[in-house]
Design a protein around this ligand. Structure first.
Ligand code: NAP
Length: 326
């Protein structure tokens, strides 16, 4: 008998669905809503595998999936999973690193440019009928090329961002990570520094860290005050890495000149968020990896990951290899 799996993913490409069907008995949900949740929980009772993106996968949910052996997330980030609990139960967690690296680095560079050059603000201004004559200095932006870029998190995506900034924009690069990254130092002349030094010297601070207990609210009121005057903050890591209330205050009182955000403490961003009314913020709806090519590649990777995990053939992309030993 084929192992039962539950898929929660809208618009799974047909050929990838066929591939899953070859290996598994699939119960699929386009979305997890209050209407579909009871059926989702019902299907979890026999599921050996789980595949999807988002949702909170904690001990309570795992209790409802007593047969689960593997979960495959269509993302590189896995902060929505209780990994320790999964490992304790011998459940393998698979993710999709690498396939999205270049695309997310493009998004970050795009956010830097859009924020510095006020692209979305001026787009809205034209549409509102504001462009009647040549623009004057109040509408000017700031240069990106040759300014100092500070990268928080010199992992796969941080390194791809450094490559763009160094070769494409001639930017000196500072970075902060848990450890030194020799490749970035050699290839992009990136300079390792502590967080405060980076905040004090970078013209653009780009966050591309995972969300963990250590990075939650890593950037709060005190850190924002330490940023160089006129500096801009870009976040494509996870929303809660920044204390969003403190960020809003800093943008309102001029402590911070502008921000470019792909991620938020609450997603979708609530309609009454003060961020919606601030002109000096570029807002994106968590599109870091959201291109047709990359989302397809991520889904294909997640499908292969689940097949490997449930067939006892894990070679890569495993978040908690310790679970394999249980
Ligand atoms: P990665 O290769 O694992 O890189 C993560 C980097 O963060 C590493 O350099 C790591 O340091 C550093 N780091 C982790 N904890 C830290 C801490 N407490 N203090 C300082 N540095 C710390 O991951 P990646 O593939 O680049 O992805 C990074 C994150 O980007 C993901 O976890 C996800 O949250 C986010 N992301 C967002 C989107 C989006 O759509 N916006 C898309 C993809 C990814 P070491 O190198 O020293 O270990």
């Amino acid at each position: 008998m084929k192992p039962a799996i539950v898929v929660y993913k809208a618009l799974l490409p047909t050929e990838l669905r066929h591939k899953l069907d070859e290996h598994f008995s699939v119960t699929a949900f386009d979305e997890l809503s209050s209407a579909t949740y009871p059926a989702f929980l019902q299907a979890l009772q026999n599921a050996e595998g789980l595949l999807g993106a988002g949702g909170k996968i904690d001990a309570d949910l795992l209790d409802k999936a007593p047969c689960l052996r593997a979960a495959s997330t269509i993302s590189v980030g896995y902060d929505n999973f209780d990994v320790a609990e999964m490992t304790r139960r011998g459940i393998v967690l698979m993710n999709t690193p690498t396939v999205l690296t270049e695309t997310v680095a493009d998004t970050l560079m795009g956010l830097v440019l859009a924020t510095a050059r006020r692209m979305t603000e001026l787009d809205a201004w034209i549409r509102a009928g504001g462009w009647k004559e040549s623009i004057t200095p109040p509408y000017y932006g700031h240069d990106v090329h040759h300014k100092t870029l500070g990268i928080l998190g010199m992992g796969r995506i941080g390194t791809a961002l450094a490559q763009r900034a160094h070769f494409g924009f001639g930017m000196p690069i500072l970075y902060h990570s848990r450890s030194r990254h020799q490749e970035a130092e050699t290839r992009f002349s990136a300079r390792y520094c502590d967080l405060d030094t980076l905040l004090g010297q970078a013209d653009f601070v780009c966050i591309i860290l995972p969300l963990t207990q250590q990075t939650h609210h890593l950037i709060g009121r005190e850190q924002l005050k330490k940023m160089k005057p006129g500096a801009m903050l870009i976040n494509a890591g996870r929303g809660p890495i920044i204390d969003e209330k403190a960020l809003i205050t800093a943008l309102q009182d001029g402590t911070l000149s502008a921000a470019g955000l792909d991620v938020f403490e609450q997603e979708p961003l609530p309609a009454d968020s003060p961020l919606m009314t601030l002109p000096n913020v570029v807002l994106l709806p968590h599109i870091g990896s959201a291109t047709h090519e990359t989302r397809y590649g991520m889904t294909a990777c997640a499908v292969d990951n689940l097949i490997a995990a449930l067939h006892g053939n894990v070679k890569e992309n495993c978040v908690n290899p310790e679970a394999l030993k249980k």
